[in-house]
Design a protein. Structure first.
Lengths: 260, 156
């Protein structure tokens, strides 16, 4: 019995330690941020790697999520003769929840894993130690540009996801299911708010961008320098990002709704 | 060199696409235009009951949207609800004895303010108050009115 308690205590301690180390790492990254903007090339390269290369998966997923939202809503709303509301439903669902959350999950899978394994391999092949040897701070040279790139890419990807989703919803609802187009847009414009819905969604995606990028670079930077260690860092990145995004999503939503 | 150019081009295109998506979300999807309220004038109206009238609900005349509700507050001296609305400045020939009533769009729709034109030759100006108003119909009150009228009927 005491052994179980002790194990629980140790794992809790370890978890808290990782959590704290993560916060300290964030502070180190933020301290390096101003200097990183002096070398925009590095950041552009990272925005390209996390953003542009994720564009296809984000766009296509968004499109099909929008289509299925429209189809499901149409099926349920026909019973009440309120099929025109699919526009509002799709717009609210996409801008408030699905856009930021699904984008963050896809981002973790597409860009987060790439970041973690890239930095992990640099660690495993002693590139980071080499930089330290040359008095180049690897956090500033390697980690910070990747973090900033992820934070810039994430809200833009979420916006593209929502826009593509609405395009899908429009295609499915208006073109294929013959919902009235005027009512579709009119109801959407009447009931979707710039600040409460769209801006709140962007705010969320920004927070998720910080969380996802931080976890990816943290796991990569602190990975065990072996092949197995890199694979573990990649797995942990996806698992931890998914968990923290979903938890963070609930907390942010509660705060944003409580405020307005 | 060629590759750097491709990266920069791709990044520029990506950021541009993202901004276009944001622009689309704010202008096409939301009621963004209702926030720029410079061109227009404000009218107030007092109602006994505003039902579930919400901020930024439309103000319509003959079914055409001419403005938006900008505030709904309760006046605790007169014990009435005071509704302020912003009317688009292009509609400046509304007779000042027009009456306002709170109506519902469809079965599940939200509530809006409908203006019925009066016969006066003078028009509403900024900060005018609409004198004739009709409250929202509250379903429970209607039902209870009906039930009581049934109960009061002398039995035959």
């Amino acid at each position: 019995m005491t052994r179980i308690l002790r194990d629980v205590w140790y794992s809790l301690q370890e978890w808290l330690q990782t959590f704290g180390a993560c916060q300290l790492f964030l502070i180190r990254i933020l301290a390096g941020c101003p200097a990183a903007f002096l070398r925009p090339r590095l950041i552009i390269k990272q925005v390209h790697d996390s953003g542009v290369l994720s564009l296809a998966i984000i766009g296509i997923s968004g499109f099909f999520v929008g289509m299925v939202l429209s189809l499901q809503a149409y099926n349920s709303l026909t019973r009440f003769g309120a099929t025109e509301s699919i526009g509002v439903l799709a717009a609210l669902a996409l801008t408030r929840e699905l856009g930021p959350v699904v984008t963050a999950l896809l981002f973790a899978g597409r860009a987060g894993t790439a970041l973690a394994s890239e930095i992990g391999l640099m660690r495993a092949t002693d590139q980071l130690s080499g930089m330290e040897m040359m008095a180049v701070d690897p956090v500033r040279r390697v980690v910070v540009p990747r973090f900033i790139g992820g934070v810039i890419a994430m809200p833009l990807l979420a916006a593209i996801f929502s826009a593509m989703g609405l395009f899908g919803a429009w295609l499915e609802g208006v073109v294929l299911l013959n919902v009235d187009e005027g009512a579709f847009w009119q109801q959407m414009q009447d009931q979707v708010d710039v600040f409460d819905d769209v801006l709140a969604g962007i705010l969320k995606s920004f927070a998720f961008g910080v969380a996802a990028s931080l976890l990816a670079v943290f796991e990569g930077y602190n990975s065990i320098p072996t092949a197995e260690g890199v694979s573990r860092a990649t797995t942990r990145t996806v698992v931890l990002t998914a968990l923290s995004v979903l938890v963070l999503n609930f907390m942010l939503t509660a705060v944003l709704i409580g405020e307005v | 060199m060629q590759q750097t150019r491709a990266v920069e081009f791709g990044t520029g295109l990506f950021v541009f696409l993202g901004i276009v998506a944001l622009f689309f979300l704010t202008t096409r999807v939301t009621n963004f235009d209702s926030y720029e309220g410079e061109e227009g004038y404000t009218l107030t109206a007092r109602f006994d009951n505003v039902g579930s009238l919400k901020l930024r609900a439309p103000v319509a005349m003959s079914g055409v949207k001419i403005g938006r509700v900008t505030s709904v507050v309760f006046d605790d001296e007169m014990l009435e609800a005071v509704v302020e609305m912003r009317i688009d400045s292009s509609y400046d020939k509304i007779p000042n004895d027009s009456d306002a009533s709170i109506l519902t769009q469809g079965i599940l729709g939200g509530q809006y303010i409908g203006l019925e034109p009066g016969g006066s030759m003078d028009f509403f100006k900024d900060q005018d108050e609409i004198q004739f108003t009709q409250s929202a119909l509250v379903l429970e009150k209607l039902i209870s009115k009906y039930l009581f009228s049934q109960a009061d009927k002398p039995e035959e």
